[in-house]
Each structure stands twice: as structure tokens, then as C-alpha cells.
Ligand binder design. Structure first.
Ligand SMILES: Cc1ncc(COP(=O)(O)O)c(C=O)c1O
Length: 563
């Protein structure tokens, strides 16, 4: 059985398919496909394969001053018209010239060889030869090549970023139309969880209506579709993080589970009595407790790098806590309690100079800024899908290949094995070695759609817009009498944490709720950093790209009325 498009092409007597074409979620729409009509109706269907639907604009310096972060990292890019999607052939043929096809990952069931490293990417490409169309239709009818849903485009695209309009983007999020206590919902609790665009909601429905099956097993069409959806999401996640390969992307339930996975596998294997783990004072409990547990099991010791009065890590102190016994450094890229953006790249380089392995907690970073794990050079990166417009119950661990290959599994069961006898078990390669049991397939597909969504808007566009909104919010909140901002770093993302003189934080939260304004009041699962500022709780308003100045105005006016 041929395994690649080139081999399929060769079998059909066609020339090889162009290499390096990323999988594109394009297929002929089916009458009952809830996601397809938008593309099907598109008059500008372009039959030319689009090798890179998500071009990254190159940042250049900009001198405009900003109240929050000094440099504007993402000045307005020159418009760069790029086709967003390829043609959706309208005839009845399963495949047509110029259409993108993907061969389900699960085709490896029909070969003797092991699945390729990196999964689905190896099977993706455009149809370039009429004879290939026939060959593909043959395998399609045999159930090996599958159509995939066309995913709804966000209302605003990176190509039009100078005109990014959050009021337009808001229309993609049905819940933002909700009324709470008779008032317009003002969602400012994005650090707790983000809202979901229609395309993510539709993706889940589509999965359960057309694809639901278990993955990596079962020789039938739905197993192939579900596997395709799952592995395609892994490839999208790879692209989102700019990881070298999809084999370095492990699906977990969320950042918490990801951190526990690393502690219980890599940590248990590599740490021993006398070793040290370095954290910062900013950490969420999810990036403290697993390491404490590991210390209790191994005899290793926790060291904590302090922050200054603005909430910035003091780099000299951070360097000072490093020593030759530092085996692991784990810290957050963005503080959930204060919003501080840590100088991650610099901190990682320092840790590496001491020979330490670095875990970066990206839970609060992924929705606000571009992430490039290769540029950061972190050894592990974790995040939760629900913080980046995807469903709950799905998250990601990125780990450098060499580390993952040397790590034992942490849970045993189905899917993670190559061979089992009562005497011994041979484990799968990463990432499957770390995904025992049936995974969260539908929500992984939803994650892929969410990441596609933000990549189409453009993370630099999101970063730039939120940066401006944060500056506006910071200025406006300063008008509220008795308000003390906690976390005043010049380098912040999306979080406004504060206390009001003479008001209990829970009362402030309850009063705002009555106005339809959702904020968080409490310790935000980050008690050490709040105690560093002499507090047990703050009120936290946190932003996403669908927030608008009117949301900030509503918050400020409601706070003023509390006085
Ligand atoms: C910085 C940080 N790390 C880790 C987590 C844990 O994420 P989850 O509860 O989705 O596992 C959170 C959640 O708020 C967070 O803000």
C-alpha cells in the first residue's frame, strides 16, 4: 500500500506532489456541512494551492510611545493580500485539480511500517495531475482519503490588520450577545477562561455529527476521520508554537496536567536529593505544587527568584539563586495575578548556562502574544486550550524531542503501547507514549480550530491591539479614587489587578456582577505573589482581543459608583 502522496502519484503514473505543503482544511462542502457554506459561496475561489495560509508579518521598530510597554513590538504591517482559503470545487467529484487533500494519518494501519514522525503533514498536498485525481478518488472510495470540514474564517484577518476592528470580531462570539442581570455582558474574566468563537462551537458539533469515533484503531471511515481530526489539530498546534515537529506536541487536559506530567516523568527520572528547582515568586499554584510534591519524593529543594515592587522578576536575584545543583527552572511567561511578562528568552538562556532544563508555563501567554518555542529555546512549554478560545479539557505539552524520547510514560493503558505481553510492554514513541487511553478527540479538534482562528487574525495583531487597550484601561482606572493597581510592570499583558480602599474584593466583584461585568476577585491561585504585596485577594479584570473600550468604560464607571 502506498504511504505518501508521492507514492500514490507514482502508483497512478503521475509526477510527484510538491513537497512541504502544509495541510489545509479545505474540502468540497457537503449539503449538511454546517461549516462549509461560507467557503462554498465564495465567488473568489482560487484554484491555486496556497502553500502558507498564515504568513507571519516581520516586526520592525516603531517609535510611538506607549503607556504600558515601552517598545511597540508590532507596528502596523504593510497590507499583504494573501488568499485565505483555496477553492472549494463545486462539482460532484471527490477531488479536483488544485484542491488540497490530506491522507488520513490512520492510513498507516494499512502499511507494515511505523507511522511517520510528525504525523499528518507527511500526507498533505495539492492535487496536481488529472491522473492523480483518479488515483485519489480510488483510495477515497476505499475509505482511505477523507474530506475535512472547511473552517469558518474569523471576521478580521491579519491581511487587514491595520483595520482590525474588535467590534466586528465580537460578532464571532455568540456569548458576547448574552445579557446578565438585564445588562450587556462585559466579559473581563479572560485570565480564568476565554469565550469561544462560533467556528469552535461548530467544530465540536461537526465532529459529533460526522466524525465521532475512537482514533488510531478500527479499520473504518469514521476512525480515519476522527484520527485525521485529532492529528490535524496536533499539526496546527505545532504550527502555532512553531515547534519543530508534531511529534513534540502531547495532548493533555490542560496546563495543570501538563506540569504534573513533566514533574512525574522527567522530574522523577532526573532529580535526586540535593538537586534544586528554581521558580519565581509569580507562579500559579499549578506551577508550584507539582514541584513541591517532586521535592518531597526526591529530596530536592525549591528556590524562589523574587520580584520587585512592580512585579518584575529581579534578574540579578534570579541569577543568584542558580547554582550547579539547579536541575530545573519552571516559570510563567505571563503572570495570571499581575500580568507581568517575564523576560523568558533571557531567563531561559541564563538557566541553560547553568545546565538546567526549563519549563515555561504559557497558560496566560498564548492568547495574548506570538509564541515561538524554538526562538525561546525552552525545553518544555505548557498551555491550556480554554485560555486561548478553545474548549476546556484539552491542553498541550511541548517537549524537545530528545527529552521526550528519554522520558518514561506516566500513565499506562491503551494507545500508548506498541506491544503488550504479561511479561513486558513495549511503549509507543512520543507523543503517543504520554497519551494513555482515549484522548479528548473532539476538544482537540476544537483546539485546532481555535488556534487556526487566532492565527488567521494574527497573534501580532492581537498583541498590538491588546497592548493599546491595556494602556487605555490603565489610564482610566487611575481615575477611580482609592484604587491601587497591583502589578505595574512596564511590560504587561492583559491583566489589571487592583484593590479599592475600604472595599472588600468580593463585594466589588459582586457589585460589578450586578452590572453585567464579570471580573475575578480572590487569590487567583497565586497566593505567594499576592502575599508578596501584603494581600490575600485582588479584583482582577483581564482582557482578550474582543474587549473594547466600552468594556473598560463600563468597568470604570461602575467602580466610581461604588465609592
Ligand atoms: C499561569 C497559569 N498557569 C497554570 C494555570 C492552570 O491552568 P488550568 O487550570 O487550565 O490547568 C493557570 C490557570 O489559570 C495559569 O493562569
Amino acid at each position: 500500500m502506498p504511504r505518501s502522496l508521492d507514492e500514490l502519484a507514482a502508483a497512478a503514473g503521475a509526477p510527484p506532489v510538491s513537497p512541504g505543503i502544509a495541510p489545509t482544511l479545505v474540502a468540497p462542502p457537503t449539503p449538511n456541512d454546517p461549516i462549509a457554506p461560507q467557503l462554498a459561496a465564495s465567488p473568489s475561489a482560487d484554484p491555486t494551492p496556497n502553500p502558507n495560509p498564515y504568513p507571519t508579518p516581520t516586526p520592525t521598530p516603531n517609535s510611538t510611545p506607549n503607556p504600558i510597554a515601552s517598545p511597540n513590538r508590532y507596528p502596523t504591517p504593510t497590507p499583504n493580500p494573501t488568499p485565505i482559503a483555496n477553492a472549494a470545487p463545486s462539482d460532484d467529484a471527490f477531488h479536483t485539480l488544485g484542491s488540497e487533500v490530506r491522507i488520513p494519518f490512520s492510513m498507516d494501519r494499512f502499511t507494515d511500517a511505523a507511522p511517520p514522525v510528525g504525523g499528518i503533514g507527511a500526507f498533505a498536498g495539492p492535487v496536481t495531475d488529472p491522473r492523480f485525481v483518479t488515483a485519489l478518488d480510488d483510495v477515497a472510495h476505499a475509505g482511505f482519503v477523507d474530506r475535512v470540514p472547511v473552517i469558518e474564517q474569523p471576521s478580521v484577518r491579519e491581511t487587514t490588520s491595520p483595520a482590525f476592528d474588535p467590534h466586528v470580531v465580537r460578532k464571532d462570539f455568540p456569548i458576547l450577545e448574552e445579557r446578565v442581570h438585564g445588562k450587556r455582558l462585559v466579559w473581563l474574566d479572560n485570565a480564568a477562561t476565554t469565550q469561544k468563537p462560533r467556528s469552535v462551537i461548530d467544530r465540536l458539533t461537526y465532529y459529533y455529527e460526522h466524525e465521532n469515533s475512537n482514533v488510531h484503531r478500527g479499520a473504518h471511515a469514521l476512525a480515519a476521520r476522527a484520527t485525521d481530526a485529532y492529528e490535524s489539530a496536533r499539526e496546527t498546534t505545532r504550527k502555532f508554537l512553531n515547534a519543530p515537529s508534531a511529534g513534540e506536541i502531547i495532548f493533555v487536559r490542560g496546563a495543570t496536567e501538563g506540569l504534573n506530567l513533566i514533574a512525574k516523568t522527567w522530574g522523577k527520572r532526573h532529580l535526586e536529593a540535593g538537586d534544586e528547582i528554581v521558580l519565581t515568586h509569580l507562579e500559579h499554584h499549578a506551577n508550584i505544587v507539582p514541584w513541591q510534591q517532586l521535592c518531597a519524593e526526591t529530596g530536592a529543594r525549591l528556590r524562589v527568584a523574587p520580584v520587585d515592587d512592580r512585579g518584575d522578576v529581579i534578574l540579578e536575584e534570579y541569577e543568584r539563586v542558580m547554582c550547579s545543583r539547579t536541575k530545573l527552572v519552571a516559570f510563567t511567561q505571563v503572570s495570571n495575578a499581575l500580568g507581568t511578562i517575564t523576560p523568558a528568552r533571557e531567563m531561559i538562556a541564563i538557566a541553560h548556562r547553568w545546565g538546567a532544563t526549563v519549563v515555561l508555563d504559557g497558560a496566560q501567554a498564548v492568547s495574548h502574544m506570538p509564541v515561538d518555542v524554538q526562538a525561546l529555546d525552552c525545553d518544555f512549554y505548557v498551555f491550556s486550550g480554554h485560555k486561548v478560545f478553545a474548549p476546556t479539557g484539552i491542553g498541550v505539552v511541548f517537549g524537545k524531542r530528545a527529552l521526550l524520547e528519554a522520558m518514561p510514560p506516566w500513565q499506562g493503558g491503551g494507545n500508548m503501547i506498541q506491544d503488550v505481553t504479561f511479561e513486558r510492554t513495549v511503549y509507543q514513541e512520543p507523543p503517543w507514549r504520554f497519551e494513555a487511553g482515549t484522548g479528548n478527540i473532539a476538544d482537540a479538534a476544537g483546539l485546532g480550530t481555535a488556534l487556526d482562528y487566532v492565527m488567521r487574525i494574527g497573534m501580532p495583531t492581537i498583541d498590538r491591539y491588546e497592548h493599546e487597550l491595556l494602556g487605555y484601561a490603565t489610564e482610566r482606572l487611575a481615575e477611580v479614587p482609592g484604587l491601587r493597581m497591583i502589578g505595574t510592570s512596564p511590560n504587561k499583558a492583559g491583566v489589571l489587578s487592583f484593590v479599592l480602599a475600604g472595599q472588600r474584593t468580593e463585594d466589588v466583584g459582586a457589585a460589578l456582577d450586578k452590572e453585567g461585568i464579570a471580573v475575578r476577585s480572590g487569590h487567583h491561585c497565586a497566593q505567594p505573589i499576592l502575599r508578596r504585596f501584603g494581600l490575600e485577594a485582588t479584583v482582577r479584570a483581564s482582557l482578550a482581543f474582543y474587549n473594547v473600550r466600552e468594556d473598560i468604560d463600563a468597568l470604570v464607571e461602575a467602580l466610581k459608583r461604588l465609592r
